[in-house]
Design a protein around this ligand. Structure first.
Ligand code: SF4
Ligand code: SF4
Ligand code: SF4
Length: 293
């Protein structure tokens, strides 16, 4: 049976039995040119669920601060997640953003997505090239037949990210100053990131005003650096921020570098284990702390 058929069958079963009152999955939008979130509440509508390599969105974004809004409407939601999206759900469980007992996570095996919805399918994004969760982990149901992958216990960044990280500090600084100067402060990266889960973002605070609100260079620099630090040790590398950025700032290069540092310094890769303590919320008395000297 095709993955989509199995997904629809499971959704129908969950809705029919009232085990869930909504299934949030992917549907056809924009005349079938794109895939986007759909909320299925009627078992008769499960045929609207689709799953293919154009299902780019990370639907774990409904389980962060938006979870309260979701719960105001639905008692018991089910959410369709690819393996990388399920890593975000792990981070959100660790941070108590949603109650795992109240949400059914439906994992769908995934061979990779396409870089954009355009039909001229190009090379798969880097996250798919190094994917260790083609078969989703830490979910209630797994749909599809891909075998288990070996978990990546160390993080390996792309050649592009490694080449950038190897440049002298002045060159890296110049690279990021030039890139971040282009930021228009639309906050699409924040809106789409499942782990950008603060109720009140520091960028919106005005008493005191930590970050200037206009889209000039200093404010944009502050915003992006602060956001990167807030995601350190938490970013699961779904790549949504880079995909959403309307001016194509390569935010994924920054995230990859941070993931590598956290992996090397703390032996921690985000999104693998809901029971693990992320490095930024714990400490070791014998920590060498050489990285802050
Ligand atoms: S990273 Fe893995 S699970 Fe995520 S879209 Fe790519 S292949 Fe699918
Ligand atoms: S920072 Fe970007 S890559 Fe990391 S979890 Fe957020 S959206 Fe995904
Ligand atoms: S999505 Fe891009 S342009 Fe918008 S705030 Fe983020 S980095 Fe800046």
């Amino acid at each position: 049976m095709e993955v989509e058929e199995k997904l629809r069958e499971l959704a129908k079963k969950l809705l029919d039995s009232k085990e869930v009152d909504v299934v949030i999955g992917y549907g056809k939008v924009h005349d079938d040119r794109r895939r986007g979130p759909v909320f299925i509440t009627d078992p008769a509508d499960v045929d609207k669920l689709v799953f293919d390599e154009r299902c780019l969105n990370n639907l774990a974004g409904y389980l962060n601060k938006r979870y309260k809004l979701l719960k105001a409407e639905f008692d018991r939601p089910a959410v369709v997640l690819k393996g990388c999206d399920a890593k975000a759900a792990v981070g959100l469980i660790q941070e108590s953003q949603f109650t795992p007992e109240d949400v059914i996570l439906i994992g769908v095996c995934c061979s990779g997505v396409v870089p954009d919805y355009d039909s001229s399918y190009g090379e798969r994004p880097f996250k798919c090239q190094v994917c260790d969760v083609h078969r989703p982990k830490n979910v209630a149901h797994v749909i599809g037949d891909l075998p288990e992958d070996e978990p990546l216990l160390e993080y390996t960044p792309s050649e592009e990210a490694t080449e950038l990280a190897d440049r002298p500090r002045e060159e890296r600084y110049a690279f990021w100053r030039a890139e971040l100067e282009r930021c228009i402060r639309c906050y699409a990266c924040r809106a789409v990131c499942p782990l950008c889960s603060c109720e009140r973002c520091i960028a919106d605070s005005n008493q005191p005003q930590w970050i200037p609100t206009s889209g000039h260079e200093i404010g944009s620099w502050s915003w992006n650096i602060i956001r990167a630090f807030h995601l350190a040790g938490r970013c699961i590398g779904c790549g949504e921020c880079a995909r959403a950025c309307p001016v194509d700032i390569p935010l994924d290069l920054l995230n990859q570098h941070l993931r590598k540092i956290v992996s090397e310094r703390f032996g921690y890769v985000a999104g693998l284990d809901p029971e693990a303590k992320p490095p930024l919320i714990t400490f070791k008395e014998d920590d060498a702390e050489e990285f802050i000297r």
